[in-house]
Design a protein around this ligand. Structure first.
Ligand SMILES: CC(C)(COP(=O)(O)OP(=O)(O)OC[C@H]1O[C@@H](n2cnc3c(N)ncnc32)[C@H](O)[C@@H]1OP(=O)(O)O)[C@@H](O)C(=O)NCCC(=O)NCCS
Length: 332
């Protein structure tokens, strides 16, 4: 990546988690699932997750996170040039969720669109947003990672329904000095593996008919074991590439934030770089897998815990449906 004279700096951050907590004990209490708190904790690290209220959709979660972010920065909605919502659970296929958020925020000048890349979406949206800032095209880009996965979860499938949760996080990017903000990014897709994680129906390939819905093809389908292998193999390479592009090594990194899909994936990657637990974000125990929201939620939690300070170098690694990988180094 060449070094532009303007950098894309994180000006602020805000998040939203729905109030309703779904515990493993509640899932265990459903005999048809034949699951247990012990299995879920041991295989995934998840203890509980949040569920959106019946009247909440992704634009609502996104708006609340965006409002918190704007309050954090003191920037007014009128100053936003662009809103990118990374999600796989838009309110509907169109209009874009970003348009609904733009309306809700009364961000009158803002353009916007959705970026549908699943769990990798937040990092890819950051990299996309940064292009507009460093080119001088836009001054303020709001990047939102938000998902309401509970709406596309097959609640009869124990191999997936124990994993997911709902939430949203937003960051505002604006111009900074060289060496601030996004220092590097890498992105890749392995489309050959795209069948491993999908929602088969609801797009132009397969219409949702009663038969399709009865077969739960309008829900998340996942081959967990193979995805696990791809993630454990791919994360170190993406992370190394992002660090190298920033001219840094593992010793220069203050905090690693991975997409929160499984504690075993997080621990394997942390071990690979010799990162001690205090350098690695873990929210999966309380949030489950919130897809595009997981990394901004983790950033906010670290900041609240005093584990993220100005100037820290943060390594972000997202992975998921596609099979897509994206990593970035951000100077906080
Ligand atoms: C999904 C995941 C937790 C499953 O863990 P796993 O150790 O691979 O488990 P398996 O799928 O091999 O299943 C092992 C056994 O547990 C059973 N099992 C699956 N879900 C269960 C549950 N909720 N409760 C109890 N048993 C369960 C399986 O039926 C299987 O039983 P069998 O051996 O009798 O066939 C794990 O594969 C994973 O996290 N994958 C990566 C997910 C990911 O990264 N996604 C991309 C980003 S979104």
């Amino acid at each position: 990546m060449s070094t532009p004279s303007i950098s894309a700096k994180v000006l602020g951050l805000g998040t939203y988690l729905p109030e309703r907590v779904l515990t493993n004990a509640e899932l265990q209490a459903r005999p048809e699932l034949d699951t247990s708190d012990e299995w879920i904790v041991r295989r995934t690290g998840i203890r509980e997750r949040r569920l959106a209220a019946d009247d909440q959709a992704t634009s609502d979660l996104s708006t609340l996170a965006a409002e918190a972010c704007l309050a954090d920065t003191g920037v007014s909605p009128d100053a936003i040039d662009l809103i990118i919502v990374a999600t796989v659970t838009p309110d509907m296929l169109f209009p874009a969720t970003a348009c609904l958020v733009q309306r809700n925020l009364a961000a009158r000048r803002a353009a916007g669109y959705d970026l549908l890349l699943g769990c990798t979406g937040f990092v890819s949206a950051l990299a996309t947003a940064a292009q507009f800032i460093t080119s001088g095209s836009f001054e303020h880009v709001l990047v939102i990672g938000a998902d309401t996965l509970s709406r596309i979860t097959d609640w009869t499938d124990r191999s997936t329904c124990v994993l997911f949760g709902d939430g949203a996080g937003a960051v505002l990017l604006g111009p900074g000095e060289p060496g601030e903000g996004l220092l590097s990014f890498v992105m890749s897709n392995n489309g050959e593996a795209s069948g491993l994680l999908s929602m088969p129906a609801g797009g132009s390939r397969l219409r949702i008919t009663p038969e399709v819905a009865a077969a739960h093809l309008d829900c998340i389908r996942m081959e967990g074991k193979e995805l696990f292998r791809l993630a454990v193999e791919g994360i170190p390479t993406a992370a190394e590439d992002a660090m190298r592009a920033a001219g840094l090594g593992p010793d220069d990194i203050d905090m690693m934030i991975m997409h929160q899909a499984n504690i075993r994936i997080i621990e394997a990657a942390a071990e690979r770089f010799g990162f001690p637990p205090e350098k690695v974000a873990v929210t999966i125990d309380r949030h489950g897998n919130t897809s595009a929201a997981s990394m901004p939620l983790a950033l906010d939690e670290l900041r609240a815990q005093g584990r993220l300070s100005a100037g820290d170098r943060v390594l972000l690694v997202g992975f998921g449906a596609g099979f897509a990988l994206a990593a970035a180094v951000v100077r906080w």
